[in-house]
Design a protein around this ligand. Sequence first.
Ligand SMILES: O=C1C[C@@](O)(C(=O)O)C[C@@H](O)[C@@H]1O
Length: 229
Amino acid sequence: MNFDTFVLAAATASLDDEPAAREHADAIEFRMDLAADPLPQLHEYDGELPVIATNRAEWEGGEASEAGRLDALAEAAQLSSVEAIDVELQTLETPEGVALAENARAADVSIIASVHDFDRTPSSADLRKLLRRATDHGDIGKLAVTAQKPRDVLDLLGATQTLSATGSTVATMAMGEAGRHSRAVAPLYGSRIGYAPVDPADATAPGQYDLATLRRLVGELGSDARSTV
Ligand SMILES: O=C1C[C@@](O)(C(=O)O)C[C@@H](O)[C@@H]1O
């Protein structure tokens, strides 16, 4: 998967959502850690949208325990429908994470190196450092933080703009109510992935818009490749 232009991912625990996501999404983010029978679902998948496979660790806000977590992601990366895998930066800084990324890349699968902070927004300097570390390990570096106040969103957008202006490929979003609007505007500052559930009841993070709404907002603001075609 290439992140030269903005990718809107429909985040879901069920690949049965794919037909409903097709109209608005560019990809499906399959949250293996939230899914029942994730590998059988992936093997049976015959949808049109490419899949980003995520198997989020418990220690990074997901539900996957460590046993078999990376093996499942490695198996997912061998499937032709899977075009990217999402791996926590902390994992990518271990030998197991390095091996997983190497094998995935050999199968032409992109690496999203991700960092989450479910409590707060780090300082501007730390946001930039985290994004740089993530882009060192991934084809795209992703940073999802929690905004408690408007200033937090400005800091995140500033880091996004700084990194993307120097040629780094990044994706950023501020979680929580105060950060919600960041999901619509971050693409204007260079963020290349947005996440949204098909149905708002199935949100995979605090403050997400539903898919149709995020597609419309990003399109209306003009940072969406789809709005120019
Ligand atoms: O890392 C992310 C970003 C996210 O947490 C969000 O805030 O939209 C949603 C997750 O499903 C995805 O893996």
